[in-house]
Design a protein around this ligand. Structure first.
Ligand code: SF4
Ligand code: SF4
Length: 136
């Protein structure tokens, strides 16, 4: 795994709340809680992967490679990591904090968790042929 080159980030960070362009500035500025839990304190997160002009989260792409977990668990782990990182709600890093954008991203993140929770309960009921987990 090659370490990020010193001239990162190569893409300008979007405005707070705008869609993430994977510039990587947030990860280069410091490890996220998941990275700290998985790797302990490091100079740069070992899962940060350069990809052209962008930076990717290897932990989200290939959890098994970094966590030593079985490959079959990559799908659910990936989804769990996405939820924990609130991936897809927008850029929540930088000094241009915006209260309205932050509130919107929090709402989006909560909705995603609620939907994932409902999906998990449906799957549980389906696979166990039970109807014991309330869907509400
Ligand atoms: S969240 Fe923001 S700073 Fe982090 S990679 Fe995405 S656009 Fe860049
Ligand atoms: S685990 Fe992923 S999101 Fe967290 S610091 Fe590392 S590359 Fe960034």
């Amino acid at each position: 795994m090659s370490a990020p080159e010193p001239d990162w980030p190569r893409l300008p960070k979007p405005a707070f709340g705008d869609p993430c362009n994977s510039c990587g500035l947030c990860c280069l500025s410091g490890q996220c809680p998941i990275s700290l839990g998985a790797f302990g304190e490091q100079a740069v997160c070992p899962a940060l992967r350069p990809d052209g002009e962008q930076m990717r989260c290897g932990l989200m792409l290939e959890p098994a490679v970094y966590l030593g977990t079985p490959a079959w668990s990559d799908g659910p782990l990936r989804e769990a990591i996405k939820l924990m990182l609130a991936s897809g709600v927008g850029c929540d890093a930088g000094r241009d904090f915006d209260e309205a954008a932050s509130a919107r991203m929090m709402r989006d993140a909560r909705e995603r968790v609620a939907i994932a929770s409902l999906e998990a309960k449906l799957m549980f009921n389906l696979f166990t042929e039970r109807r014991e987990v309330p869907l509400g």
